[in-house]
Design a protein around this ligand. Structure first.
Ligand SMILES: [Zn+2]
Length: 374
């Protein structure tokens, strides 16, 4: 089900990127009255279901949803928003809602007045929010109008830290490094004309780099994306473990002095605290580094699902050290299980590594395009 939804949304994204935007205007309240569409009152605000909206727009099939992201394609262009969020991307512009989009019993509900204004072509005002460096300024199309955009690719492990080791001796650190280098090359080639986009690696050799150093590097070079590459193994080296997954952290801590990692992968198991804070973050703003990380992680999974035949294990939230302490959008992808002999065999193949590297690179390009950087 999830895969189908993702495929649909990917198709939609492709349509979104291809479709030119043009002006569009519609009187939503009038349409609701005329068509006798049922409205719901929540917190003194009138809502209609997204399906009703689609009927009004005449595009009942042209929508998709990935987790909490909803996309609609209609003749006026594109509409994107998140459940619980108060921002709507409409024809490439960011518009703001007074009341959030809601989900009630599986039905996505949108606030009538707010959407009415947007569809009538009126400009909506941004609420006062704390400005983060990656955050969109009200009325700007791009999230970030920066002179420079920095991508930091992080091949996991290295030196005496070999990471996972396959049954036939293939070491994770080597696979990660090779994929990272190829991904960097691919992005450099694809972004050759964009001299303002810089690509760096946390290591380009078989050397030890601590987790703190990786995070510090991301801060020092003021990275806009931190992209960590890993290869998986299970605790008991299950030969049947299979698939790829991408992580983002549900919380971010920007500390002057970094704490020592709790273990080699720097995974902190405080889900409870994380989820509580995550909810608050969710409520505060739709455009935090956490949200951006998740968007990027979704692109990674969508691209890998397109290219790899192994199972899609999904986008997951987990407080890995390098994800939690990097203040910018950050993801950690596990491209396959080295404890699975078939996967180990495949990962020895240069062509497979190249394909994975390009796929990860494409996900970064997806993100850059989604945010109008390219
Ligand atoms: Zn690893």
């Amino acid at each position: 089900m999830t895969t189908i939804k993702k495929k649909i949304s990917l198709f939609l994204l492709m349509v979104l990127f291809l479709s030119p935007s043009f002006c569009f205007s519609l009187d939503l309240s009038e349409e609701i009255k005329e068509r006798k569409i049922p409205a719901y009152i929540i917190d003194n605000t009138s809502y209609i279901s997204v399906k009703s909206l689609l009927r009004i727009l005449g595009c009942e099939d042209a929508w998709g949803r990935v987790e909490d992201r909803v996309f609609i394609v209609h003749e006026g262009g594109e509409i994107k928003f998140r459940l619980g969020g108060k921002q709507v991307i409409f024809e490439g512009r960011t518009e703001y809602l007074n009341s959030p989009v809601r989900e009630v019993e599986g039905e996505v509900l949108i606030p009538v007045d707010d959407f009415g204004k947007i569809l009538a072509g009126l400009k909506t005002e941004a609420p006062a929010v704390k400005e983060e460096p990656w955050q969109k300024k009200p009325g700007e199309t791009a999230v970030l109008k920066k002179e420079k955009f920095v991508i930091l690719i992080d091949p996991g492990h290295g030196g005496s830290d070999r990471g996972a080791v396959g049954n036939y001796g293939l070491e994770e650190k080597a696979v990660n490094l090779d994929i990272a280098k190829r991904m960097g090359e691919y992005l450099k080639k694809e972004l050759a004309k964009k001299s303002n986009i810089k690509i760096y690696l946390t290591r380009d050799d078989d050397i030890n780099v601590s987790l703190e150093e990786r995070v510090q590097m991301a801060k020092d070079i003021n990275a806009d994306i931190f992209f960590s590459i890993h290869t998986n193994s299970t605790r008991y080296r299950n030969p049947e473990a299979n698939g790829f997954e991408t992580y983002y952290s549900g919380e971010k801590e920007n500390l002057m002095f970094l704490p020592p990692p709790s273990d080699i992968e720097g995974l902190e198991d405080d889900y409870e605290k994380e989820s509580a804070l995550y909810k608050i973050l969710e409520d505060l703003s739709a455009t935090t580094a956490v949200d951006e990380s998740r968007i990027l992680a979704d692109f990674v999974q969508e691209r890998l699902a397109e290219r790899l035949l192994t199972p899609d294990r999904g986008t997951k939230r987990r407080g890995f050290y390098v994800l939690k302490y990097t203040p910018m959008p950050a993801v950690l992808t596990e491209v396959g299980f080295l404890c699975n002999p078939n996967v180990e065999w495949n990962l020895r193949d240069i062509e497979v590594r190249k394909a994975i590297a390009e796929t990860l690179g494409k996900a970064v390009l997806d993100y850059l395009a989604f945010r109008n950087f390219i």
